[in-house]
Design a protein around this ligand. Sequence first.
Ligand SMILES: [Fe+2]
Ligand SMILES: [Fe+2]
Length: 200
Amino acid sequence: MDTTLAKLRAHPKSIEIQQYLSDKLSAERLQHVLAVQEMAVDLACVHKADVWQASLAALLHDSAKWMNAKELYNAVRCYEIHLDPIEKVNPSLLHPLIGVQLAIEKFAVTALEVLEAIRNHTTGTPSMGVISQILYVADFAEPARAHRTVDLVRKLAYTDLSSAVHHVARAKIEHLLEKDVMIHPNTLHTYNSTLAYVEN
Ligand SMILES: [Fe+2]
Ligand SMILES: [Fe+2]
């Protein structure tokens, strides 16, 4: 294992989070989280971003994924989180919001870049910072992921992060259209705001 990743995983805070995740998440989900962490740390090294923040955001991004819809809506009420009209009817959009609360309350995370990355990892948002961009891309493109454009995203992730973000948003929009389900405006805004970075 890469020494940077090994050192990050050996940090007491990482061990505490990994213990929580292995208690709460399925083996498959935990594997996904660790793969996202590995790719996020790699990307942070390449793009000279903060490797600790990238690692922390990746470790925590799906920390509320063990909750079912009822538990997620209960947690939303408990934390008094305001939901927009699409979040109100789409429980799959709630785990990032609860993940932020867990990061703050359970793991004492204060770095805004980390909290924003967790918050943005499903829909994206325009003008994402580098940690948000890295997590958004790594969550889509870790090695176990399969999508028609995943190889393109993996390649762009290391050379042109904004273009990679654009192709992730594009793939998500295509997927949601195929399923005939609602598209969150932030996904469309992410697509629009990164279009200028794509070479034609
Ligand atoms: Fe997620
Ligand atoms: Fe994920």
